[in-house]
Design a protein around this ligand. Sequence first.
Ligand SMILES: Nc1nc2c(ncn2[C@@H]2O[C@H](COP(=O)(O)OP(=O)(O)OP(=O)(O)O)[C@@H](O)[C@H]2O)c(=O)[nH]1
Ligand SMILES: [Mg+2]
Length: 325
Amino acid sequence: MTIDKISPVRSCTNDSCHIEDGESCAMGEDAPCDCEFYTHENDDITDIPESNEYGVLWSGNTLGVQDLRLLQARDRSLTVGVLGSHNTGKTTFLLIAYLNHIRRGIELTYTFAGSKTLGAWENLSSWPRLDTSKSTFPPHTSRQAERMPGLLHLALRDNTGELVDLLLTDAPGEWFTTWALNAEDSNAEGAQWTAINSDLLIITADCKKLSGSDRGKARGDLINLFQRLSPFAKGKPTFLVWTKTDELENNPIPMKIKETIVDKLLKNIPHAKQHEVSIQEPDSVTNVLHALLKEHDISKNSLAITTPIIDNTSFMSYRGNNAQQ
Ligand SMILES: Nc1nc2c(ncn2[C@@H]2O[C@H](COP(=O)(O)OP(=O)(O)OP(=O)(O)O)[C@@H](O)[C@H]2O)c(=O)[nH]1
Ligand SMILES: [Mg+2]
């Protein structure tokens, strides 16, 4: 789902199968074309690489709903929804987070402990890695999967050794612009899925756009998104992330525009916090992700069980690891 290309129109007539969303065949076929319910047209346009045909965890592709069940059986997993309109730096944010985690020798609060979507991460990474003189940003995220975004997986370990599976959404920005205007639009299903299913939320605010000639539209899109997201963000750690801050030195965001955005953010999502990131400072991205996880831990701990200790023997006093003693 990460590289733009012409693909055949693929569909499955089995209602309980979501193979179009990147999942495995519900009938258990390894190759979807072996399934009686599966059809694909325009096959002559392009060959699909084999890895795209298999919706199983070892393919390394982005995950779908059925894949999640396999992952969630292992431990707690957290879905991080990354929302923002087209070109606001969502995929770049995710990619920097991945690349920074796999770099050796850097001190991190949460360390890299694996990924089920290495194929998808490495596909994205090939763009900046191509060649130092020609390296480039990842391409625009295509809107092939309509019902849910592609999920990128990062397993991280905190300093107590506890594992957390992060599922990061990589969705096309058009979904959110459409959803902000009309939640019922059929092109907005994936955005709605993201808002409902995310445990943690990141909204990207593009400093370059907000200081450029199209800043009025950029501001409008962002405020519409705050309003639409407001009921879904309740109780979820939410960050507004100002992306591309390296652009601000030459072209700052007009004060009035920034004030309006912050004002609307706090009206609609009062608990939202703000952070700044830039490709020039990769650690800024990692810090945001870690701060979001810390925020989640704080909100989780505030709900910790506080059963009073009413017996003196240590056996009777034990309340489990989660209880505050
Ligand atoms: N100056 C600067 N440009 C950036 C930075 N991050 C991203 N960009 C630019 O922004 C463009 C869009 O970035 P993406 O990460 O693809 O944006 P996106 O939100 O995923 O876009 P869609 O997939 O279309 O929704 C890139 O191609 C870069 O040109 C940054 O930190 N600084
Ligand atoms: Mg993208």
